[in-house]
Design a protein around this ligand. Structure first.
Ligand code: K7E
Ligand code: CUA
Length: 674
């Protein structure tokens, strides 16, 4: 028995424990020491010397933290945590007046979501370095981040949907961002018995058009599908461009105890959607306009988020559009569906299957032409398994989930149950190599590994369990990613690194594509915020009834004004803070004692607004939260709060104060003479 074999059997024992849910015996993790024999060599390959840059930006979803983590590869260093669906107290995202509207949905203000699948915008099937899209799973939404500012710019709610999991997958030229719901629901929503599932519930797939100039999304049409669970998706590429593939499970249409009820059938389906056909049918008026209320939140040119409310969507029924949908039988309760770089192979990950089914796009085309149907399901033609299958990877391991490609004719599939990555050949579907992961890998990611031209080099495993891999931290242990070198014939584990939230999927692009295009600051001169103060002379305090606007500036190392009086208990005080800096990486922060809100973190040239309703009298300090200069600790001020109806006049200490006083005096005099 070779050392590797010994290790593998020990590893299998560890897995048995994991699968059965038993406590993992200490030592399971340490077993990999054998494989990491050349630790020094591995360390060298991920070592990015101080002052040097990583080769790739990797964007990891935060899962239940609702955000995107940006990491450098190969070092695994965390570079930024970009807030998306969840409010972020770190910088006031979703708390500041300018960003609150990004959380608007038809259900009201929803400051959290579960984000799974980052997708880089593409041109000709490869990343173009413009945008990153990501799904909100729980309250169906798709967000778009721009890669110049590393900020979320847009969030589109998807009506008629629930569990937005097979989302957001882009077509080859980012024509559409495509989404499907894991949960079927009544669409439109209404009060019906859950026992009426088969009649009253629908699956819904959404195709949102992406404006090629601005990136703005708009729902083009939805497709009403049988009430299955649509789990994952990928668009075709090259010859299969024009098609999108969705896995579905629960074709049994169970509505309770899915663990058993959705695992009855030997095969579920991949739904192959011909979206070019859909476009034609929509153009021919075959889609029905249905009422649907949904939020579309966009950050405007002025840096302020606004919500447009959608009121209807076009819904297409497969029965009204022949050739729109075909079902490809696929074993068994499939999860991932991935299309190889050539666009010919459609690989499914049947969680409960003992093999990896690989469908052929050209065979699928022929099967459609030959009408090689095994029957129909809900009126949708079901193609014969033998007619579309190109091959099966035999004995790949247990629990295949997701597959990525290295561009050299190889596929890499994550095996959740047997905790390993399996490398296999697209030529003969034979297993070439396997490497253990620690433990229970979900997605894996090769830079560019879902595109027409993978960059290869590394595969990143994103794991669900890390028992005994890191210093323990109470009941919850860190989430983890693992980086493997795939430049040779055998995979080689290089690095474990902890991640924030629960990363599901990730995508990566070469750093050189975007690193020199980063926005360094907002241009103060073109700041269009209605409450901007572009210099200190323009700062002021204005009372309008019980609303007080404080137009404030910050610059190293003071606020203007920094002494304010005449505020009353119960006032709504709007601190509009403009950062006057025009230098890279000089944000200022703003926080005030007792504010029921997060701080503001204001980028150079930007204005951010915090609302504060003081509840009791006193004198309240405010200060800069970001250590910005040697005199950062001096960057503070006071605001006096008097009783409601107090005679203390509004007063502040910026250059504008006397002018305002004179102005008021003149106005008062004019008023009297009238
Ligand atoms: Cu497999 Cu949400 Cu893509 Cu997690 S999903 S692993
Ligand atoms: Cu500004 Cu610290």
């Amino acid at each position: 028995m070779s050392r590797t074999t010994v290790f593998r059997s020990r590893h299998a024992a560890c897995l048995a424990l994991l699968v059965s849910g038993a406590v993992v015996a200490a030592g399971c993790g340490r077993a990999n020491a054998g494989r990491l024999g050349e630790a020094g060599d591995a360390a060298e390959r991920v070592y990015v010397a101080p002052g040097k840059y990583d080769e790739f930006y990797a964007f990891l979803s935060g899962g239940f933290d609702g955000q995107v983590g940006v990491y450098g590869l190969p070092s695994g260093r965390l570079l930024k945590h970009v807030p998306v669906f969840s409010q972020s107290a770190e910088n006031g995202w979703g708390y500041s007046e300018q960003t609150k509207a990004m959380m608007n949905t038809s259900y009201g203000f929803v400051p959290w979501d579960d984000a799974h699948h980052p997708q880089l915008s593409q041109t000709a099937g490869v990343p173009d370095g413009r945008w990153l899209f990501i799904n909100g799973n729980n309250t169906p939404r798709i967000a778009r981040l721009d890669l110049i500012r590393f900020e979320t710019e847009e969030i589109l709610e998807l009506p008629n949907s629930a569990g937005n999991h097979s989302s957001p997958f882009l077509t080859e030229n980012s024509e559409y961002v495509v989404a499907g719901g894991r949960f079927s629901v009544p669409a439109p929503q209404r009060d019906v018995s859950i026992d009426d599932y088969k009649n009253a519930f629908s699956g819904m797939l959404t195709f949102a058009k992406v404006d090629s100039a601005t990136g703005h999304m708009a729902i083009a049409f939805q497709i009403r599908m049988p009430a299955f669970d649509y789990d994952l998706s990928h668009a075709g590429k090259g010859p299969s461009h024009g098609w999108s593939f969705f896995t579905s499970y629960n074709s049994e249409e169970g509505n309770t105890k899915l663990e058993v009820n959705a695992s009855q059938k030997d095969k579920d389906y991949i739904a192959a959607i011909n979206w070019k056909q859909a476009e034609q049918c929509v153009a021919q008026g075959k889609a029905k306009m249905e009422p649907a209320r949904y939020a579309h939140n966009v950050i405007g040119e002025d840096g302020i988020a606004r919500t447009d409310w959608g009121s209807s969507v076009k819904v297409l029924a497969p029965a009204d559009c022949p050739g729109l949908v075909y079902f490809l039988p696929t074993p068994k309760s499939p999860h991932g569906v991935d299309v190889d770089p050539s666009g010919e192979f459609i690989v499914a990950g049947g969680k409960l299957a003992a093999l990896i089914p690989v469908h052929s796009f050209s065979k699928m085309q022929k099967a459609i032409a030959d009408k090689a149907f095994a029957g129909e399901d809900h009126g949708i033609p079901v193609l014969k398994y033998e007619a579309t299958i190109a091959g099966e990877v035999q004995n790949p391991g247990l629990g295949p989930l997701h597959t990525e490609f290295d561009g050299k004719g190889n596929a890499y599939t994550s095996m959740f149950l047997s905790s390993e990555i399996v490398k296999w050949s697209l030529k003969d579907f034979k297993v070439l190599d396997r490497a253990p992961t620690y433990y229970s890998i979900g997605h894996l990611m090769i830079p560019g590994g879902a595109t027409r031209h993978p960059y290869g080099r590394y595969v990143l495993a994103m794991n669900k369990i890390t028992k005994d891999r890191y210093l323990p931290t109470g009941p919850e242990l860190t989430q983890s990613a693992q980086l493997y070198d795939i430049s040779g014939d055998r995979m080689k584990l290089l690095l474990d690194f902890p991640t924030i939230g629960e990363p599901h999927y990730a995508q990566a692009l070469p750093a050189s594509m975007i690193k020199d295009r980063q926005l360094k600051m907002y241009n103060l001169a073109t700041n269009q915020d209605p409450y901007v103060a572009k210099n200190e002379r323009l700062t002021r305090v204005e009372r309008k009834g019980s609303v007080v606007h404080v137009l404030m500036t910050s610059v190293r190392s003071h606020f203007m004004p920094d002494k304010i009086e005449g505020i009353q208990v119960g006032d709504s005080v709007y601190f509009h803070v403009t950062n006057l800096e025009q230098d890279w990486d000089v944000p200022h922060g703003f926080a005030v004692l007792g504010a029921n809100n997060a701080e503001l973190l204001i980028m150079p040239g930007q204005t951010r607004t915090l609302v504060w309703v003081p509840s009791r009298v006193g004198v309240y300090p405010f200060y800069c939260t970001d250590f910005c200069s040697a005199l950062h600790q001096e960057m503070q001020g006071y605001i006096r709060v008097s009783a409601k109806g107090s005679a203390v006049a509004v007063k502040w200490n910026s250059p504008s104060y006397h002018e305002a006083e004179e102005h008021e005096a003149v106005e008062a005099a004019e008023h009297e003479t009238k």
